[in-house]
Design a protein around this ligand. Structure first.
Ligand code: DDH
Length: 280
């Protein structure tokens, strides 16, 4: 389990370095998945933020409304209780931080600890009370759909084609769980290292429909150990998306740079920062 000393060390309000240290302290666990909670923490930060709609400013990470029903019960959020529970001792050690700041910071720390880029992050989110208005279900992407759906979903948040491909590179991390999404398996052979391997695997394998009882997903023809969702395959079949896939497969530095900018923006959507606040 997590080292109790690290997570229980109290801190003074505003000591985000102490919170970062506590988050880093709960990441590794050899009994869980591929040995790290990092990927599921990244997914929590993304799903907390990815409900945003630019047109009316609704949704986003501010409020941390996934603590409550119905949002915590959405099919898209299945499995994220694992991530929220993991962060409870961190919250208990640093009760001054909001859940909304903690969940987004945890995604940022996880990416950094897994070898990814430094993602600009600043505090300023507050927690909404239970009963606060929650956006309707259906704002997170559906893995069964293709390019048009990706543009609809991410366009609603204010992202363009390049952002969509860069953000999708997060699937270099983690895996699908049959008891969470119904899909199964990892996208890469290094699911706890942040890298551009997702784009390389996407390009360099022959992907064939997996023969099984589950929903349509693809497997690499050679080893049958890696997977792609139909929504991942859309990055190959759409010309504009594929242009960025090619670029990021060749140039990890470009991927890290574009990912850091897009992920930081994602985590800040709808957050009412004071006008003069600078990024930490
Ligand atoms: Fe994702 N994702 N994601 N994803 N995602 C899943 C897992 C993880 C889609 C569907 C799924 C992003 C975009 C998309 C991560 C990060 C990000 C799973 C499997 C499904 C299904 C869940 C499970 O069974 O445990 C779809 C569809 C899209 C899309 O249309 C673009 C983005 C933008 C991110 C991000 O972080 C920026 C991560 C990390 C995981 C691995 C979680 C884990 O527990 O491992």
């Amino acid at each position: 389990g997590p080292p109790a000393l690290l997570t229980s060390k109290p801190s003074t309000p505003g000591d985000y370095a102490a919170v970062r240290q506590s988050i880093a302290g709960v990441l590794d666990n050899n009994d869980y998945d591929d040995g790290s909670y990092g990927p599921v923490l990244v997914r929590l930060a993304w799903h907390a933020s990815g409900t945003y709609a630019k047109k009316d400013g609704s949704g986003g990470s501010n409020g941390a409304t996934m603590r409550f029903a119905p949002e915590c019960e959405w099919a898209a959020n299945a499995g994220l209780a694992v991530a929220r529970k993991l962060l409870e001792p961190v919250k208990a050690a640093h009760p001054w931080i909001s859940y909304a700041d903690l969940w987004t910071l945890a995604g940022v720390v996880a990416i950094e600890e897994m070898g990814g880029p430094v993602v600009p992050w600043r505090p300023g989110r507050s927690d909404a009370p239970d009963g606060a208005k929650i956006v309707p279900d259906g704002r997170l992407p559906d893995a069964k759909q293709g390019a048009k759906h990706l543009r609809d979903i991410f366009g609603r948040m204010g992202f363009d084609d390049k952002d969509i491909v860069a953000l999708s590179g997060a699937h270099t991390l983690g895996r699908c769980h049959p008891d969470r999404s119904g899909f199964s398996g990892p996208w890469t052979n290094a699911p706890t290292t942040f890298s551009n391997l997702y784009f390389q695997e996407l390009l360099n394998n022959k992907w064939v429909p997996k023969k099984w009882d589950g929903p349509l997903q693809y497997e690499d023809a050679k080893t049958q150990s890696l997977m792609m969702l139909p929504s991942d395959m859309a990055l190959l079949s759409d010309r504009t998306f594929k242009k960025y896939v090619n670029q990021y497969a060749k140039d990890e530095e470009a991927f890290f740079k574009d990912f850091a900018v897009a992920f930081s923006k994602l985590l800040e959507l709808g957050v009412p920062f004071p006008a003069a606040a600078a990024k930490a």
